[in-house]
Design a protein around this ligand. Structure first.
Ligand code: RTP
Ligand code: MG
Length: 147
């Protein structure tokens, strides 16, 4: 069973898309393990996006992600890291296919609604950056045997 860090970005919160995004993740069969509405500090944004430091989109990205509340989540399930990236759609708005979250709702490459960890290593690092152990809830859902 994998865990991944997913985050509705400030554009998704402002546009009222938290529910729509969570609905898709729930119906795919993933289980919510932790979630919170929060502001991202400049320090946390720089830690989270450290791999992009120096790229031309880095400064506007940090400004964007700290501009308003985000909805931070940890989801779990078999292959949830790769499968949730497929539900999200491609980063480039011209490549995000309709049917995906970004393909259906995003029309800008920076303002692309959702972040998702891209590997098990990123997931572990990002989860630890955003959540403390006591913020997790473990529980059984009967639905798990069907998916
Ligand atoms: P994320 O990290 O947010 O899940 O997105 P990602 O893996 O699909 O994309 P990544 O390459 O990690 O880029 C991080 C975020 O930076 C913004 N971005 N802007 N050329 C651009 O203007 C550009 N490229 C990337 C997007 O918000 C992207 O999600
Ligand atoms: Mg990324």
């Amino acid at each position: 069973m994998e865990r991944t860090f997913l985050m509705v970005k400030p554009d998704g919160v402002q546009r009222g898309l938290i529910g729509e995004i969570m609905r898709r993740l729930e119906r795919k069969g993933f289980q919510l393990a932790a979630a919170k509405l929060m502001m991202v500090s400049k320090e946390l944004a720089e830690l989270h996006y450290a791999e992009h430091k120096g790229k031309d989109f880095y400064e506007p990205l940090v400004e964007f992600i700290t501009s308003g509340p985000v909805f931070a989540m940890v989801w779990e399930g078999d292959q949830v890291i790769a499968l949730s990236r497929i539900l999200m759609g491609k980063t480039n708005c011209l490549e995000a296919i309709p049917g995906t979250i970004r393909g259906d709702y995003a029309s800008h490459t920076r303002f692309n609604l959702i972040h998702g960890s891209d590997s098990p290593e990123s997931a572990a690092r990002e989860i630890a950056n955003f959540f403390r152990p006591e913020e997790f809830v473990t529980y059984n859902r009967d639905i798990q045997k069907w998916i």
